[in-house]
Design a protein around this ligand. Structure first.
Ligand code: SF4
Ligand code: FES
Length: 354
């Protein structure tokens, strides 16, 4: 099959993070500081990514501001001609640091928020974070960079949806991503506590629809649905190994950010192979690319070109088989697994990210 080059690189510079969000999708086992790629390693990864065709670089984590070499990495990526996005909690973003990053070519900031009020947001972040986020948003707007606010939605903050939209407006966000929690990594431990109710999702829909209409041309709103409640799965990653690659802090290259959850998948590292080899030829990137790997019911399904059989990580986590149809799909023989999860009472306490 013809394989297109990747468009985006998610560079997870570190797993270190000042927050303790219970919906964290990073793996249970985080990469240690000692195992992190060096500055020179990241220069090489960024250069190789650009050579491969990557145009968008998302510097993420954990908290990328925890890396003292962040300014050099921004300069290197922007010097290669890449559009550089900083994905941050905002903690540690001071005026001098932001001015320096802008000077070096930073093009966009994506800021996370956990709730609409200080009390709720700090509770869900497990840290005093809310005021830092307001300050960070103000700095980004002052710098003239475009700002995206990303809020992960779940049972413990769905009731604040209208206020969250108002918060994004107050911050002057150009884009608001309202993403219902995806259950990978740490978030999976908290699934029953985080799963929104059907009533919460029904209440959210008109609020989001009205906001999209009211704010058209001023603030773009993206709403990522709660897929467990849907009849068909999400087109995860727009297909496996199709558009984007992720490099984890220790150099492991992932076809999707959650792919380390698939314990049957042999992952490659930038320490042992080139990005090009990994993208085009590695076992992990070719495993579920295209349609050859599909079994029934996906193999002959009229929707397979639209959703690519759903999410491989979810298929593995819920059935133990990464080549299974995503069990969210109403045509999957395993849909009962998802239906059973939706009947869970949803009362357990949240386990904060450690
Ligand atoms: Fe998508 Fe497979 Fe379900 Fe068809 S059977 S809708 S391709 S997940
Ligand atoms: Fe890994 Fe969907 S999260 S394929």
């Amino acid at each position: 099959m013809d394989v297109s080059p990747p468009l985006g690189l998610l560079a997870e510079l570190t797993h270190r993070c000042p927050l303790h969000c219970p919906y964290c999708s990073n793996p249970l086992e985080l990469a240690s500081r000692e195992s992190e790629l060096s500055t020179a390693d990241w220069f090489s990864v960024l250069s190789q990514a650009r050579e491969l065709g990557v145009l968008q670089v998302h510097l993420s984590g954990g908290e990328p501001l925890a890396r003292p070499d962040l300014p050099q990495l921004v300069a290197h990526a922007s010097g290669l001609g890449c559009y550089v996005n900083l994905v941050t909690s905002g903690l540690g973003l001071t005026r001098p640091r932001l001015e320096d990053l802008v000077e070096r070519g930073l093009a966009h900031v994506q800021l996370s928020a956990q709730g609409a009020t200080r009390e709720r947001a700090d509770l869900l972040a497990g840290a005093r974070a809310f005021d830092h986020k307001l300050a960070a948003a103000a700095l980004v707007k002052e710098s003239g960079l475009p700002l995206t606010l990303n809020v992960v939605l779940h049972r413990r903050n769905h009731d604040q949806l209208a206020e969250i939209i108002a918060l994004a407006e107050r911050m002057g966000a150009d884009r608001l991503e309202l993403a219902n929690t995806q259950y990978y990594g740490w978030a999976l431990r908290n699934r029953d506590a985080l799963m929104p109710t059907r009533a919460q999702l029904a209440a959210a829909e008109p609020i989001v629809r009205a906001a999209i209409a009211r704010l058209r041309g001023k603030m773009e709103i993206v709403y990522v649905v709660a897929d467990y409640y849907e009849p068909y799965p999400k087109p995860c990653m727009h297909g496996w190994g199709a558009r984007q690659l992720t490099v984890a802090p220790d150099g492991t290259v992932l076809p999707c950010p959650a792919a380390s959850a698939i314990s049957t998948l042999r992952l490659s590292s930038v320490r042992e192979a080139s990005l090009s080899d990994i993208w085009y030829r590695s076992e992990s990137f070719t495993a579920y690319r295209g349609e050859d790997w599909m079994r029934e019911p996906c193999r002959t399904c009229d929707r397979r070109g639209r959703d690519f059989g759903g999410c491989r990580c979810q298929a593995f986590l819920l059935t133990g088989d990464a080549a299974a149809t995503d069990p969210v799909c109403s045509r999957s023989p395993h849909r009962d697994v998802v239906d059973l999860i939706l009947t869970a009472p949803g009362t357990p306490d949240l386990v904060m990210r450690r």
